[in-house]
Write a protein that binds this ligand. Structure first.
Ligand code: PBG
Length: 314
């Protein structure tokens, strides 16, 4: 039986946040790596991220997505861990040059689920919906201006507990996270024709030091190219828009042969304004997402445009 090439060392340290979802994702990454490299040993090193310590204010207000990555970035650059596992959705669009996304795992279900009602339309008049994501709030208010948004943060279990305690009538979560926490039956998935997910939703990213060629080679064995193409297109769109964690942006990528179809909507935070566009391009071509970003920004009224800074200047 042909054996896969053995790494020159036997143990790698995997850094992860310590929330139940992050730990489940870390275990998935570990299991895939061990399957690809029999004999490899992986030690999971959990860390409490700043974003997990502050749960009473929206992420966008307290420092954005960096609160999910800064401790692990620090450990990575200090050599305390060899690689880090993240929800790609939580990883900033612009990363330090010294850190590389070495693998994207096969993407889970990209859809959001609604918990507390069967559909957006079925929400009772004036329903209170718990979320702290600008995208979810804008999408909800666009479809249902009668509803009110209640701030919901914390990990998946915390949000479900707040819902159970009656702090809101319904909430929105990513199906990917629920599936990974063995709660696949929770809530009602929202169809992509009425509700687009967040850029990168459902994807797990594995990062290591850009100059660590040995670790990069090991991690590349579990990179899923179709998932990588889709999420990099979504991140290129975010970069072209100059979107940050305040920016209400929803996007969906579908593959057709070697082409990708990218459909995106940007909103004003109150949901009153929405601009939507679609484009098709060869997978891996960053010009497609850049074109879509330009089209969206061109057509955006001021109330939308104000929440995007446009493409970063090189
Ligand atoms: N912002 C928190 C976060 N980051 C990743 C997920 C779920 C998994 C994913 O989308 O990949 C969640 C929770 C949620 O939005 O329901």
């Amino acid at each position: 039986m042909p054996s896969s090439p053995q790494p020159p060392f036997t143990a790698l340290r995997l850094g992860t946040r310590n929330s139940p979802l992050a730990m489940a994702q870390a275990e998935e990454a570990r299991d895939r790596l061990i399957a690809a490299h029999p004999g490899l040993t992986i030690e999971i090193v959990p860390v409490t991220a700043s974003g997990d310590k502050i749960q009473d204010r929206p992420l966008a207000e307290i420092g954005g997505k960096a609160l999910w990555t800064k401790e692990l970035d620090h450990w990575l650059m200090n050599g305390e861990i060899d690689f880090a596992v993240h929800s790609l959705k939580d990883v900033e669009t612009i990363r330090p040059a010294a850190i590389a996304i070495a693998a994207i795992l096969p993407r889970e279900d990209v859809r959001d689920v609604l918990i507390g009602a069967e559909s957006i339309r079925a929400l009772p008049q004036g329903a209170r919906v718990g979320t702290s994501a600008p995208r979810r709030a804008a999408q909800l208010l666009h479809a249902r201006p009668d509803c009110t948004v209640v701030m919901f943060r914390g990990n998946v279990a915390t949000r479900l507990a707040k819902l159970a305690a009656g702090e809101a009538d319904a909430t929105l979560l990513a199906r990917a996270g629920l599936n990974r926490l063995d709660a696949a039956g929770t809530g009602h998935p929202l169809a992509a024709d009425e509700w687009l997910p967040a850029p990168g939703q459902g994807a797990i990213a594995i990062e290591c030091r850009a100059d660590d060629t040995a670790t990069r080679a090991i991690l590349s064995a579990i990179d899923d190219l179709p998932s990588r193409h889709a999420v990099f297109a979504e991140r290129a769109l975010l970069a072209g828009l100059g979107g940050n964690c305040h920016s209400p942006i929803a996007v969906l990528t579908t593959a057709e042969g070697s082409e990708l179809i990218l459909r995106a909507a940007i909103y004003s935070p109150d949901g009153a304004e929405k601009v939507e566009a679609t484009t098709r391009f060869a997978a891996g071509d960053p010009a497609g997402p850049a074109r879509l970003a330009a089209e969206l920004l061109n057509r955006a009224p001021d109330a939308v445009r104000a929440h995007f800074s446009g493409p970063a200047q090189e």
